[in-house]
Design a protein around this ligand. Structure first.
Ligand SMILES: [Zn+2]
Length: 195
């Protein structure tokens, strides 16, 4: 529920139902446990307490149970960040996509990425000094730590995201490749990736 991950809901809301969609078609939005009040504050800030209700079907996950979307099974797994945070392990047709969300190195990551065909991992830090108060208080990963996670979990491929710069991030790919033998790439906008 940090703003870089959810603030776009404020404007995305105008697509539903205004852009050639029947009124009953609302996007399903699943939030972390306990975040409904935060979204209500945001709605009030946008000038209307019902800002989201007419456009989205809002609900919260419970922090551990799988959710099913069509043939996709999506399980939240808690990570370690500056606020409560969950990554997701997604399974469909015998293939697994794991998404770390924002996280420091933690036990949950290995479970999250266990045998993943594609691990989509945050790699926010260029140096450890950029984290909150390392080593005691951490909230993000170095690219090398994303690679270590992929190796320990037996993931097949690693895709890096949530990078702080827009320079192609070859440095990040190289650092992650030093700790992971599989295929490593930096996620690019508007690209599709097959799992
Ligand atoms: Zn973030």
């Amino acid at each position: 529920m940090h703003a870089d991950h959810m603030l776009d809901l404020v404007t995305l809301r105008y697509v539903y139902p205004w852009r050639a969609r029947p009124r009953h078609e609302r996007l399903r939005v699943v939030m972390p446990p306990g975040s409904a009040d935060q979204l209500l504050d945001l709605a009030r800030g946008a000038g209307n307490a019902r800002h989201f209700e007419d456009s989205f079907r809002l609900s919260e996950h419970d922090g551990s149970s799988s959710m099913t979307f069509g043939g996709l099974d999506m399980r939240p797994i808690e990570t370690v960040h500056f606020i409560p945070c969950w990554g997701f392990r997604m399974d469909a047709n015998g293939r697994r996509l794991a998404y770390t969300a924002d996280t420091a190195p933690c036990d949950g990551l290995e479970n999250l990425a266990d045998g993943a065909h594609l691990l989509l991992s945050e790699a926010t830090l260029r140096t450890l000094d950029e984290d909150a108060q390392p080593p005691e208080r951490r909230g993000h990963l170095l690219p090398a730590e994303a690679g270590e996670t992929a190796t320990r979990a037996g993931a097949k491929r690693l895709l890096l995201t949530h990078l702080p710069v827009d320079d192609g991030a070859e440095w990040a790919r190289r650092d992650a490749a030093a700790t992971f033998d599989g295929d490593v790439a930096v996620a690019e906008p508007n690209q599709s990736y097959e799992v």
